[in-house]
Write a protein that binds this ligand. Sequence first.
Ligand code: NAD
Ligand code: LMR
Length: 336
Amino acid sequence: MLARSALRSVSNARAFSSSASRQTKVAVLGAGGGIGQPLSLLLKTNPLVTELSLYDIRGAPGVAADVSHVDTHSEVTGYPADKLDEALDGVKVVVIPAGVPRKPGMTRDDLFNTNASIVRDLASAVGRVAPEAHILVISNPVNSTVPIVAATLEKLGVYDPKRVFGVTTLDVVRAARFLGGIADVNPSEAVVPVVGGHSGPTIVPLLSQTAKGKGITGEVYDKLVHRIQFGGDEVVKAKDGAGSATLSMAYAGAKFTDALLRALNGEKGVTTPTFVKSPLFADQGIDFFSSLVELGPNGVEKIHPLGSLSASEEKLLEACLPELKKNIEKGKAFVA
Ligand code: NAD
Ligand code: LMR
């Protein structure tokens, strides 16, 4: 699938070759990690990336030397711990998978104490050095780290809600894969909008809005929803203390980055779920939410409403909102 999207990117890159935004420098912060390494490799294969800047407190120059031998045209540079500002110079897109992953028995929120300050400090550097960059947050807990990035940029006076994204693509990837398995079709025919946030009950798959998912009921439905909501736990358990999803996340991160790059380059109609500043539930004090978002040359172009929900989905949403609100408030309070 990535190969197909890479091919699509080639043709789109040609189609939009007159666009002024074709010089696209992308930075990966946390490039030496379990996600960062394969993500850097996949971004090296994306023809829309012209320069790749790899930063980590450990090991980024080595990853960069390795990835730089791949025979695509982009230039790759690795930066050690003390060269963050240099790594961010002139970047248009910054992807952040820096931070610790879960071990069995932990929730994503248990990562807050370590990852909140990592993400805040990285966001602060982006705000100072590359204030117009689009920031794609992978580090968990996403429901809190995205508000942390937003509040940090706000403090610096450079926050543009159109340019800050929580990457929830892995939930979308999992939903298509798991539904595809049940319906016995290719996952590309079982794409599901997944809305809300990125942790357990805040992950809300809208199966009723898909041709393959709308007929699923009863125990099969409950199990499918549970698997989409807790797919991350499956990987954490199987890795048995060695971390969480890295390879599927790198795939998902590369997929979302490709979608954004295509939109920045002028492709129309690029729409995907992502966790952004959103008006949908702002009246309930929940000002970040993932729903289908159309991306454009400036980032967020249009936030779509949820559309009609089944009774089961209404219940899932009811369970999502209070938890999401808590996570968002915790992130904001950290920066305040
Ligand atoms: P990892 O431990 O393998 O890698 C993390 C990397 O971050 C390490 O190389 C580390 O040196 C680096 N790092 C730490 N502090 C840093 C800093 N201040 N600046 C730059 N780099 C720094 O972990 P991983 O498996 O790659 O996971 C990374 C994060 O992504 C975790 O928080 C994990 O929970 C999250 N994650 C999110 C999703 C999602 O769907 N959004 C999916 C999987 C994992
Ligand atoms: C995932 O969904 O796989 C990630 O958020 C990592 C995790 O902690 O489960």
